[in-house]
Design a protein around this ligand. Structure first.
Ligand SMILES: *[C@@H]1O[C@H](CO)[C@@H](O)[C@H](O)[C@H]1NC(C)=O
Ligand SMILES: [Zn+2]
Length: 283
């Protein structure tokens, strides 16, 4: 099985071009070709959520791993309030999808190397040593992204389809100061974790493939030529009908501009996690 983990592809190649800009930069990248491959597997093995009407899905356990350089806030030693507020934002944003998140554990790990930057080997090690739970458990590692090819990243995630081949690297790595209360304005209302969790649940960027590529495999998100920044109301970057989905959590707009998933995304993510994470409707 081919691994579509963001890491090697996104961080080492795709992301470097935009690092100098103070703009949202997500390291979760995937090629159109890989999407088609993944989509083929999905259509052959798809397990739809049982109910035709939206029902609540089993709560998803969340394990937070606070990687810090020292015991200062600047060094990533965030207060519990950041984490509680972040999980509250996650629950608000995913309530319309019938999903809920349950903070299961917070572990604090002092490791200046992992905090500053993670080469591919180190990120694997960080996850291998600390990851908890199975395919259905959301592991979030907060780090500083201070140097190397990761500087200025807000986060990156693995896709559900990746889990079978790479269970130990499953999860989300995120900038600690993107959490509610953090200093990374205009990306400090907690929407980075909502966005990265979208990938973890099987969603792609709304601008995937631009106007003419394979898109995000969701019918009700109009194609977009490139990521939106700020909150450009009325932006319409492709000929196809519909303005750009700038308020969609899977775009790159400012946190205050990101407010929604579409019904098509909700159907996709629920079926993705039923298929690949064994997260199904609650009884
Ligand atoms: C949380 O996880 C850490 C690391 O595995 C463990 O030492 C700690 O006992 C856990 N805490 C709870 C409340 O389960
Ligand atoms: Zn992303």
């Amino acid at each position: 099985m081919i691994s579509f983990t963001s890491f090697g592809l996104g961080l080492l190649y795709g992301v470097t071009a935009v690092l100098s800009a103070q703009q949202r930069t997500c390291g979760t990248t995937i090629s159109d070709l890989q999407i088609l491959e993944s989509q083929k597997h999905f259509s052959q093995h798809r397990r739809p959520q049982a109910a035709a009407v939206l029902r609540k899905v089993e709560p998803i356990d969340v394990y937070f791993h606070v990687i810090h350089r020292d015991r200062t806030l600047d060094g990533g030693f965030i207060p519990d309030a950041y984490i509680n507020d972040q999980v509250r934002v996650l629950n608000e944003d995913y309530a319309p999808a019938g999903l809920s998140f349950n903070l299961k554990n917070v572990s604090r790990i002092e490791n200046p190397t992992w905090f500053g930057w993670l080469g591919p080997y180190m990120e694997t090690e960080m996850k291998r040593v600390n990851r908890q739970g199975g395919a259905a458990a959301l592991n979030v590692y907060t780090v500083g992204f201070r140097s190397g090819s990761a500087a200025a990243l807000l986060g990156y995630a693995t896709f559900p389809y990746d889990y079978a081949a790479n269970p130990l690297t499953d999860g989300i790595v995120m900038l600690y100061s993107s959490m509610p209360g953090g200093v990374t304005w205009p990306y400090n209302l907690g929407k980075t974790l909502t966005h990265e969790t979208g990938h973890w649940l099987g969603l792609y960027h709304t601008f995937q493939g631009g106007c003419y590529g394979v898109g995000d495999q969701v019918d009700d998100t109009p194609a977009e030529a490139s990521p939106a920044y700020g909150c450009p109301t009325g932006r319409d970057s492709c000929d196809e009908p519909g303005v750009d989905p700038i308020h969609n959590f899977m775009d790159y707009s400012d946190d205050s501009c990101l407010t929604e998933f579409t019904p098509g995304q909700i159907t996709r993510l629920r079926d993705q996690i039923a298929t690949y994470r064994k997260i199904v409707d609650a009884e």
